[in-house]
Design a protein around this ligand. Structure first.
Ligand SMILES: Cc1cc2nc3c(=O)[nH]c(=O)nc-3n(C[C@H](O)[C@H](O)[C@H](O)COP(=O)(O)O)c2cc1C
Length: 104
């Protein structure tokens, strides 16, 4: 998905006085930059939320994000939407697997 050209977005900001949201391939760093410089009011995250149900907490804590799986989008069932773990669950699973490996 090609991002909206940022120069165009800034021109839009100059003439539009309402609340401006932007969606499309944003990451945290760019979202914060665009908000802090006043170019947008609210960043929108779509696909990253499918693989990070705790996206806000991950960003607040600087935890890494899980990659989303585009192959599951529009698949007709819940797979890929509700089966990604939150970060603490993921870490607990990795820790359990590590302990099992070390004992065997
Ligand atoms: C599987 C999927 C379903 C979506 N469903 C909707 C929807 O129902 N309504 C909507 O406004 N946008 C929908 N979107 C668009 C997202 O809200 C968002 O604008 C888009 O994914 C771009 O942001 P992103 O790069 O952070 O994913 C959907 C996107 C995906 C990938």
């Amino acid at each position: 998905m090609a991002p909206m050209p940022r120069d165009y977005l800034r021109q839009f900001r100059d003439v539009y006085e309402g609340t401006l949201l932007l969606a499309g391939s944003l990451d945290q760093a760019e979202a914060e930059k665009l908000v802090n410089e006043g170019t947008i009011d609210l960043p929108v995250f779509g696909r990253p939320f499918t693989s990070n149900p705790d996206l806000v907490e991950r960003m607040q804590n600087g935890w890494p994000l899980a990659e989303f799986d585009p192959d599951t989008f529009y698949g007709g069932d819940a797979c890929g939407y509700i089966d990604f773990p939150i970060y603490p669950e993921e870490q607990a699973r990795l820790e359990r697997e590590k302990m099992i490996r070390e004992k065997s």
